[in-house]
Design a binder for this molecule. Structure first.
Ligand SMILES: NC(=O)c1ccc[n+]([C@@H]2O[C@H](COP(=O)([O-])OP(=O)(O)OC[C@H]3O[C@@H](n4cnc5c(N)ncnc54)[C@H](OP(=O)(O)O)[C@@H]3O)[C@@H](O)[C@H]2O)c1
Length: 334
């Protein structure tokens, strides 16, 4: 079978496809015939050795894939060969065959294509952890999402909207604003990146977006840096800021006195360890949004499908901020 291998950490386009031995599943593992891959910002970090976890090379990178079950290992009773599935693994998804632990494989509804499922799984699961598990968003909540047309941002906009929240997505262009509106949110275009003006914009425009000065209940922050600091400025009483990521590359600190005086909470939303600590909740959440996808109530927003050979160029495009929506790869072509 063919698959990408990281022999040594480096720029995305320094990695290539190799001929690798066929795989067979172990106890509580599922072997997937991989049809589609979803590309994510963390994948682009991982292949360079810049992700928080650094497996020792050589290893197969990639986390999101979808296809059909090829074989199951001992102890697996919920899946059989031929079942359509989607999986989120830690490594090894950028290949024609993928081994997934049972806890990371999900039945894929017939109405959801492999491309959409693979394109959605990490971003929707991350958004689910942030919006539902951590922020506890409910009907009527006012929710601000930064980086709102990015992969996680757009999933967060759609899931918060599906829960009945009033959503405002912060984006940098009209093209991105359109995606947010299609996802059920209002959009605010902010091109400013400096901390002081950005703080003021959030205080003046984001905090008062709903026609009063009550502020937002929740900020889902995927950008970090000055956007995180500004996000704190638009929260109202008992507001919660959920840290999802640092697409800006900058990590800021929250002043404890600001949190105290304004009765605020700041919390993290790490996806992977939720599979270790809250597996049942993760399974329920994944089934929930896969159902919404099947019913057409949310969209995977895959904007481009690349042939297998172009996968690493796709990761470079993500790093270069050339992508709006999600990139997916058709493993059966090129
Ligand atoms: N918590 C978790 O477990 C988890 C899981 C997955 C991803 N993440 C992290 O979440 C973050 C977002 O991931 P993603 O897949 O949604 O990325 P993405 O698709 O690349 O989107 C990120 C968005 O952030 C904005 N952005 C990028 N660089 C910026 C900058 N320098 N200044 C301001 N805004 C910038 C861009 O929007 P504009 O151009 O409109 O500003 C972009 O649409 C990443 O840091 C990723 O590592 C965390």
């Amino acid at each position: 079978m063919r698959g990408f291998l990281i022999e040594e950490y480096g720029a995305p386009t320094s990695h290539r496809i190799h001929d690798l031995p066929d795989l067979s599943p172990g106890v509580n593992e599922v072997l997937i015939e991989n049809h589609a891959i979803g590309l994510n910002f963390p994948d682009a970090l991982m292949v360079q050795g810049k992700y928080q976890k650094r497996p020792n090379p050589p290893f197969g990178p990639g986390r999101d894939c979808a296809g059909v079950v090829k074989a199951v290992g001992e102890g697996v009773t919920d899946f059989k060969p031929g079942d359509p599935v989607v999986a989120q693994v830690f490594t090894g998804a950028f290949s024609e065959q993928v081994i997934a632990p049972l806890s990371r494989v999900f039945h894929r509804p017939e109405a959801v294509s492999a491309i959409d499922a693979a394109g959605a799984i990490t971003v929707f699961n991350t958004a689910y952890v942030a919006v539902s598990i951590r922020a506890g968003v409910k009907k009527g909540d006012r929710v601000v999402v930064t980086g709102a047309a990015g992969g996680v941002g757009l999933a967060a906009v759609q899931l918060a909207h599906a829960l009945g929240a009033e959503v405002l997505g912060v984006v940098s262009s009209e093209e991105k604003a359109k995606l947010v509106r299609e996802g059920g949110g209002d959009a605010l275009i902010v091109t400013e990146r400096e901390e002081e003006p950005l703080k003021q914009i959030f205080k003046d425009k984001v905090r008062t977006h709903w026609g009063d000065d009550t502020g937002a209940d929740v900020v889902i922050d995927t950008v970090g840096g000055a956007m995180f600091i500004a996000g704190l400025r638009c929260l109202g009483f008992a507001g919660r800021l959920v840290v999802v990521g640092f697409a800006s590359g900058s990590i800021e600190s929250a002043k404890a006195n600001y949190l105290l005086y304004n009765n605020l909470s700041v919390m993290g939303a790490p996806l992977d360890i939720h599979f270790d600590h809250a597996l049942e909740e993760m399974r329920a959440g994944t089934e929930w949004w896969l159902g919404l996808l099947a019913e057409g109530k949310v969209k995977a927003n895959v904007s481009e499908v690349l042939p297998f050979g172009q996968l690493m160029q796709g990761l470079q495009d993500i790093l270069d901020r050339k992508v709006a929506g999600k990139l997916a790869v058709d493993v059966t072509t090129g």
